[in-house]
Design a protein around this ligand. Structure first.
Ligand code: FAD
Length: 361
């Protein structure tokens, strides 16, 4: 087959570039995807009970980037969903990020913003140099909240305690001195009204775009003539792991459909201290879907499996740099997206990166 562009991976990065190239440049694109569906990790579908669920865990769209919001809004309407997350601690359900409501419920007392500031001031641990994720947390909110919300959750999520993780994993801890219980404060937020997959299908509905599912890049590349290649898969795989394998933390998703209309009070409930799973998602909250049953999903972190979270350690950044150097030497090959850049990126950041790359190519 002969095309102008070969694009590998049909997630946000690949679909955005395919759409732009097909519409704006009127060039032929072959979009190769090894899974049996488009949408990458944001893929959603109606399960056998007719409930719209997300195959790879909860994906909530939020951004302050108007250009990205306007771009995607050509392909979908948005509902007004506002994301809220509860955590189950000390037998109570409290909102995250920590805010006045969280603290009042947790400690059975009232707080003014000033009293909360005093509370943290009296609990903060003096740390001369922030060396790890524990330092980040205890230096801001003290040991007690660290133990309640962060210590065990991090161990489940990453397999190690926060004092063994780079500070960047926790980075800045959002603690709020008001009663804003929204999880994200971005200007634009919501879910695609009819789901992500419908949105991707609209993006790709163009005669210049040819989609090949269930096909790995390496099976296709020898049989395709193209002028430019855009690769959104794992960069180490592209280079046959010549500098080593870039590690990821993975997840198992366990779905359950229950004969109740509603299972929990928020779309996502975190379990920092109990059970082996980190959180439970109930999908009906996202789309305000009316149904007499509900589907929930448990997330179990694990060390091997599909690549989800790059491991934030200096040695792996070093390994990635070697791949990046190789990538920069290639002509007419472009790397974009979370797997190609070995970075945790939100969906809006991936779209922004893809639109930027489009301007370049
Ligand atoms: C559990 C979880 C929850 C998340 N929640 C949010 C959220 O709430 N909000 C948010 O903004 N972001 C969220 N994200 C991040 C979001 O998933 C990413 O930003 C987004 O999926 C990145 O798009 P992408 O195109 O770079 O990668 P992907 O979506 O991973 O797409 C890459 C595609 O390339 C394909 N591919 C890989 N290798 C090959 C190959 N060799 N040949 C052919 N195809 C290949 C893959 O199958 C995949 O479909 C979450 C991530 C995870 C893991």
């Amino acid at each position: 087959m002969k095309v102008d562009f070969l694009i590998v991976g049909a997630g946000f990065a690949g679909c955005t570039l395919a759409e732009r190239i097909a519409v704006q440049l009127e060039k032929e694109v072959l979009l190769v995807e090894k899974r049996n569906h488009v949408g990458g990790n944001a893929y959603d579908y109606y399960n056998e009970d007719g409930i719209l669920v997300q195959k790879y865990g909860p994906h909530i769209f939020h951004t302050n980037n108007k250009m990205v919001w306007d771009y995607l809004s050509q392909f979908t309407e948005w509902n007004n969903y506002v994301h809220r997350v509860l955590a189950k601690v000390k037998g109570k359900e409290v909102y995250l990020p920590i805010n006045l409501d969280t603290m009042e419920k947790l400690f059975d007392r009232t707080f003014t913003p000033e009293e909360l500031e005093d509370y943290f001031e009296s609990r903060r641990v003096k740390v001369d140099e922030i060396k790890n994720s524990k330092d980040v947390v205890v230096s801001q909110v003290g040991e007690e909240l660290y133990e309640l919300f962060f210590k065990n959750y991090t161990k489940k999520q990453w397999g190690v305690y926060p004092d063994e993780l780079d500070p960047q994993v926790t980075r800045r801890l959002p603690v709020r001195f008001n009663r804003d219980t929204r999880y994200f404060t971005d200007q634009y937020q919501g879910m695609p009204k009819h789901g992500y997959t419908k949105m991707f299908e609209r993006m790709l509905d163009n005669r210049n775009i040819h989609i090949l599912l269930n096909a790995d890049y390496k099976e296709v590349v020898g049989e395709t003539e193209y002028e430019k290649l855009i690769f959104t898969g794992p960069i180490d795989y592209f280079f046959n792991y010549k500098h080593g394998k870039l590690p990821y933390r993975s997840l198992d998703f366990k779905f359950e459909t229950l004969s109740v209309e509603r299972y929990q009070d928020a779309a996502v409930v975190n379990y920092p201290n109990d059970h082996d799973f980190t959180r439970i998602t109930e999908f009906k909250h996202f789309y305000l879907q009316k149904h007499d049953k509900t589907t929930i999903c448990y997330e179990y972190p694990k060390p091997e499996g599909d690549p989800y979270y790059p491991i934030p350690r200096a040695e792996y950044q070093e390994m990635y740099r070697k791949y990046e150097e190789e990538a920069n030497k290639l002509n007419n090959v472009y790397f974009v997206g979370r797997l190609a850049e070995y970075r945790y990126l939100n969906m809006d950041q991936v779209v922004a990166g893809a639109l930027e790359l489009f301007n370049e190519v």
